[in-house]
Design a protein around this ligand. Structure first.
Ligand code: MV4
Length: 610
């Protein structure tokens, strides 16, 4: 097994891969750009290396990344998704450097990167592809002949395309010339290839994909399907598994076809075959040779840790399970919480997240790299968190998702939470009848009428449970209070971002809420302080206990002049010493306790006057 893996990515997927490394007792090497220097993946990793160069490009600089991998002594690289994940040259360069690429072989990445080639492979393997050409097309006359053969509408697609770029729909002969040149032009400018092909256009298909994983011993297993139809402009927003209302016979044939196509490629590692389902038929669309954003819902219903399996397979292990051991249990839904303003057409809106409190509920998983104080920077994608919820039934999963969305407190940027709250209530979504054009062409048409109902812009607040609550008692569905403020505290040498709100009764502010986090400070930062600093949220001039504990030391006396932030009392609670600092500059006017005294939470310990 590998001793050290470099994660060639950032954000939530880098955190996710590091978690898998920790479970396998593998050292994790993070890389980071300047703006990512305080990223959660940097703090969680065993070591972190800074990438030199422009923030928007450094995660693609694979010469530099491989140089770091060699210097760090990483035996393998996990690419995550995006960036270099489907870059065959990077995969080959890893091999050339004697470093294991945790993913499929370079030639498989290359072949699946060509839509024409992947259609050909799948068709030869007996996987249904959309009726159309498997060779490139250049002549408008040929397209018109296909219009007769298959009937309009037709889809003209860039062979190297994906995500909707280079796709043109043709509904009559007169549209052919412009559509053909448009697809060729877009293919050339976005993907460096003007090669295009033609298919019968399917109206309002569902987007159903199949998770597969193969090892280096010829085994291929599917981990069932995911319905990704709730998307907008080819950006997925909600994914779920199982796919609702999928005919069982069609589902069986779909899963069988996915395994057949994967085996035909001698595929290794995790992969996803995308299909369109329309009029009770399914058609292969493309294959993604990486772990996908939405992989957690398949993990929730099958119990398989897909990232761990990728690492085990890359180390030469056979898959940890046989197909017959895999079953789907319950229903899982993922909502992509993006820093996008739904009221402005999902416009990405970077900014500082002043309050970030994740829902803390049974059956809820949040994959994220966010924390209070996190800067959403424009260089990278807008994904803040993936809210993943499991239920025994789809209805239960929807109900739990709704509650979790309500508990999710993010202040400082607009997010897609209002969209998710609304789609969970939508009758078409609830009926499982969403197709790939539904969100954009139907649901969002009514957004302005319903936006107010789903707005969550009230200032979030987060009041942890009173003393005695566990450190993770992240505030969730507690009553709204005043504007929350965020702080960073070190507790037991672990960093916590803390959102604090004063209760409406002035002077009664009692506790600091805790958010997710608790990440160890990055090795690259200052030596670990011996104690934490807790912030009294009492009125300025009043120093109060922030939890039940013992007064360990009083380092000032009445009459002393103190500066705001200066340590005045050493307090011990939960086997941890913490400094209580002055919350204003002035003169110590009263000391209400003695060293060694045990006090409740929120007891007045010391006063400071001007
Ligand atoms: C199609 C199609 C209908 N008919 N091909 C969009 C991007 C790329 N993944 C393929 N796409 C489509 N290809 C034929 N012959 C409809 C789409 C499509 C789509 C497919 C899957 C998921 C979301 C989509 C959104 C719009 C259009």
């Amino acid at each position: 097994m590998f001793k050290k893996i470099l994660i060639a990515n950032r954000g939530e997927i880098a955190v996710r891969v590091i978690q898998a490394c920790r479970e396998l007792d593998i050292k994790a090497v993070a890389i980071f750009s300047e703006p990512d220097k305080d990223g959660k993946h940097v703090r969680l990793a065993d070591e972190a290396w800074k990438l030199e160069g422009q923030p928007g490009k450094v995660y693609l600089d694979y010469q530099q990344i491989l140089e770091i991998a060699k210097r760090a002594g990483a035996e393998a690289v996990h690419p995550g998704y995006g960036f270099l994940a489907e870059n065959q040259d990077f995969a080959q360069a890893c091999i050339d450097h004697g470093i294991k690429f945790i993913g499929p072989m370079p030639d498989v990445i290359k072949r699946m990167g060509s839509k024409v080639e992947s259609r050909r492979v799948m068709k030869d393997a007996g996987v249904p592809v959309v009726p159309g050409t498997t060779d490139p097309v250049t002549d408008p006359a040929e397209v018109k002949k296909l219009g007769i053969k298959y009937g309009y509408p037709l889809a003209i697609k860039a062979s190297a395309g994906g995500g909707g770029r280079g796709l043109r729909v043709v509904r009559k002969d007169e549209d052919v010339d412009n559509a053909l040149s448009g697809a060729q032009r877009e293919g050339a400018s976005y993907f460096g290839s003007d090669e295009v092909y033609v298919e019968k256009y399917l109206d309002k298909p569902r987007h159903i994909e199949v998770q597969v994983i193969g090892d280096e011993h010829g085994n291929v297993v599917h981990l069932y399907e995911r319905d990704c139809s709730s998307q907008r402009r080819h950006q997925k927003l909600v994914e779920e598994t199982p796919a609702a209302k999928l005919d069982p016979g069609l589902k069986a044939r779909l899963l069988e076809a996915a395994v057949k196509g994967t085996k035909a490629l001698n595929y290794t590692s995790a992969g996803t075959l995308e299909f369109m389902v329309a009029q009770d038929e399914f058609y292969f669309l493309e294959m993604n040779t990486r772990v996908q954003v939405e992989h957690p819902i398949s993990e929730m219903t099958t119990g398989v840790d897909i990232v761990k399996e990728q690492i085990l397979v890359a180390a030469g292990h056979p898959l940890s399970f046989k197909q017959e051991e895999i079953s789907q249990r319950g229903h899982a839904i993922e909502c992509r919480i993006n820093a996008e303003d739904v009221n402005k057409n999902f416009l990405p809106n970077p900014g500082d997240i002043s309050v970030y409190v994740e829902p803390s509920l049974p059956w809820v998983r949040v994959d994220s790299a966010c924390y209070s104080g996190y800067k959403v920077i424009p260089f990278y994608d807008s994904l803040l968190a993936k809210l993943v919820v499991w239920g025994r039934t789809r209805q239960e999963a929807i109900a739990r998702t709704r509650i979790a969305l309500r508990d999710f407190k993010i202040q400082g940027v607009n997010t897609t939470i209002p969209f998710h709250l609304a789609i969970m209530d939508d009758p078409t979504f609830q009926a499982g009848e969403v197709h790939t054009s539904y969100v954009e062409q139907e649901f969002m048409k009514h957004w302005k009428e319903i936006a107010e109902k789903y707005s969550v812009t009230k200032p979030a607040s987060a009041i942890a449970s009173p003393a005695g609550g566990n450190g993770d008692a992240a505030a969730s569905a507690l009553p709204e209070r005043s504007e929350a403020r965020s702080f960073e505290v070190e507790v037991n040498q672990r960093m916590f971002k803390v959102a604090v709100a004063e209760l409406v009764e002035p002077g009664k502010a009692r506790v600091a809420a805790t958010t997710s986090g608790g990440a160890p400070r990055a090795a690259a930062t200052a030596p670990k302080p011996k104690r934490s600093t807790s912030i009294s949220t009492a009125k300025p001039g009043e120093i109060r206990s922030t939890m039940n504990g013992v007064v360990k030391d009083i380092v000032v006396k009445v009459g002393d002049k103190v500066e705001s932030g200066q340590r005045v009392i050493v307090f011990e609670a939960m086997k941890m010493e913490s400094d209580l600092n002055a919350n204003k500059t002035g003169t110590v006017s009263g000391i209400k306790v003695k060293v060694g005294e045990t006090v409740e939470n929120d007891v007045l310990l010391l006063t400071i006057d001007d």
